[in-house]
Design a binder for this molecule. Structure first.
Ligand code: AHR
Length: 503
């Protein structure tokens, strides 16, 4: 017996305009993300700068508007000056966050160039672990000041006369975490972030800043951390960050598939804390959220412990993603869309090789993991206004999470093109779902296509040898009848129902 579920949407019930940066990603100097990932001089597909063109194509196909860089935990011990100037004079350093050797052959200027080639903007994270306001103001001057000062002229002497104009900056990374180099209390971090923010904006008032929220909902300092940090920084930053990774270490798939409900809660809680500080300060400003690390991450937790330290670019955090991981990523994307009024930036962590949608072999192939596809679909078709989804769905309980709807769904309407896209996951392990969308304010919908990602084996993966084992097909059976759209959603499937209405 199939489950039945219904979604009602109306073009006047708008959650918010989807900010393009919701489809951002992240490259850290970690494992083979940079070396052997985006940059591999001598690879048959590398251009004259050492950028792998096979990887660039896969990235461009995702239409990633912004990429966070250079970390992550890495950034809290990183001196950005090690990565500028003539490559052969750059130092190799012990990198303490991931216990590797960083050769510094790729740095700020190379990343700015790579981002341009990828069609992305740079989101730069400054080091607030071992550095502070002085380095922060210097890097903004180096990256963004046009000319006529020490750091801007140094950039020009390095071959970059035009400023990079980096708009979005993170004030450190996960500074609440005891694992972080230069871990701080909320007061210590709030002060450092505030003083850095001031001088960075004095150098370039056009930039936007992200303050660190908690590194996970489960941190013992959660909530108090956000409130204290914002107490110091509210008037000086535009965004507060959130990070979340989910895993399925006990093979409890119903719970794993329900994790995005916790993501919804996390977002709502952080928004409430922002509004509390806003009220306390009698501020008129709305604080937005930057979900600048999110993904599934657990497959390599144990194996990574065995990696020998002090190697250059060892294969760290190379999670091989399954079909069920792709469903969780799909649900997380729907969660971000359902909160598009508040979450303006989000970064799938990460982009290449390190917990990533794109994998490579050194000297060899590049291919798409399972999670590539829901991300690509959302990025390509999820731009416009996110519409409030009124969902009526049967629910299930797990030992940890209750009232989990089998149907997870949201719709995005693009007013300019008349495109409506419904993203829907059927969480049921056993039953298909008879789905109906009531699009009452769109009287003449036609189905453009119904894309489906599914596999009989929830543990199926893509590898270099079988890169297409988990890939979407367009054989979904969505039908429209005026404003009523129906479809049968296969068990444990990700669905993209693309509709068109007259504009
Ligand atoms: O993305 C991997 C790591 O996860 C990042 O370096 C850190 O910020 C987070 O804990």
């Amino acid at each position: 017996m199939a489950h039945s579920a219904k979604m009602i949407v109306d073009k006047d019930f708008v959650i918010g305009k989807v900010d393009d940066r919701l489809y951002g990603s992240f490259i850290e100097h970690l494992g083979r993300a940079v070396y052997g990932g985006i940059y591999e001089p001598g690879h048959p597909a590398a251009d004259e700068r050492g950028f792998r063109k096979d990887v660039l194509k896969l990235v461009r196909d995702l239409r990633v508007p912004i990429v966070r860089y250079p970390g992550g935990n890495f950034v809290s011990g990183y001196d950005w000056k090690d990565g500028i100037g003539p490559v052969d004079s750059r130092p190799s350093r012990l990198e303490l966050a991931w216990r590797t050797v960083e050769p510094n052959r790729f740095g700020l200027n190379e990343f700015a160039e790579w981002s341009k080639a990828a069609g992305s903007d740079v989101m730069w994270a400054i080091n607030l672990g071992t550095q502070g306001p002085e380095d922060a103001r210097q890097i903004v001057e180096y990256a963004n000041h046009p000319a006529g000062s020490y750091w801007s002229d140094l950039r020009a002497s390095h071959g970059y006369r035009e400023p990079h104009n980096i708009k979005t900056w993170c004030l450190g990374n996960e500074m609440d975490g005891p694992w972080q180099i230069g871990h701080k209390t909320a007061v210590e971090y709030g002060r450092a972030a505030l003083e850095s923010a001031k001088v960075m904006k004095w150098v370039d008032p056009s930039i936007e800043l992200v303050a660190c929220g908690s590194s996970a909902l489960g941190m013992s300092t959660f909530a108090e951390w956000e409130a204290t940090v914002l107490d110091h920084t509210y008037d000086h930053v535009e965004y507060l960050s959130l990070h979340t990774y989910y895993g399925n270490p006990t093979n409890d798939t119903p719970t794993f598939l329900a994790r995005s409900l916790q993501m919804d809660d996390f977002i709502r809680s952080v928004a409430a804390i922002c509004d509390y500080v806003k009220a306390k300060k009698r501020s008129k400003k709305r604080m937005y959220l930057s979900f600048d690390e999110w993904n599934v991450w657990f497959h390599t937790h144990e194996s990574d412990k065995k990696i020998e330290p002090w190697q250059i670019a060892p294969p760290q955090l190379e999670d091989i993603y399954t079909m069920e991981d792709a469903l969780v990523v799909g649900c997380m994307l729907i969660s971000l869309l359902k909160n598009a009024d508040r979450v303006k930036i989000a970064c799938l962590a990460q982009l290449v090789n390190v917990i990533a949608p794109i994998m490579t072999e050194n000297g060899g192939a590049a291919w798409a993991q399972t999670i590539y596809y829901p991300f690509m679909h959302a990025s390509l078709y999820g731009r416009g206004n996110a519409l409030v989804p009124l969902v009526q769905s049967p629910k299930y309980d797990t030992t940890e999470i209750t009232d989990v709807p089998y149907l997870e769904s949201v719709a995005v309407y693009n007013e300019e093109t008349g495109d409506i896209t419904i993203f829907a996951v059927n969480r049921s392990l056993d039953e298909e779902l008879s789905f109906e969308a009531d699009l009452r304010s769109f009287p003449a919908c036609t189905v453009v296509e119904h894309l489906v990602l599914e596999n009989v084996d929830l543990k199926a993966v893509n590898t270099a040898a079988t890169p297409g084992r988990v890939a979407p097909h367009a054989q979904g059976n969505a039908k429209s009848d005026g404003s009523r759209v129906t479809a049968r959603l296969a068990k444990t499937s990700w669905n993209v129902i693309r509709l068109r209405t007259p504009v």
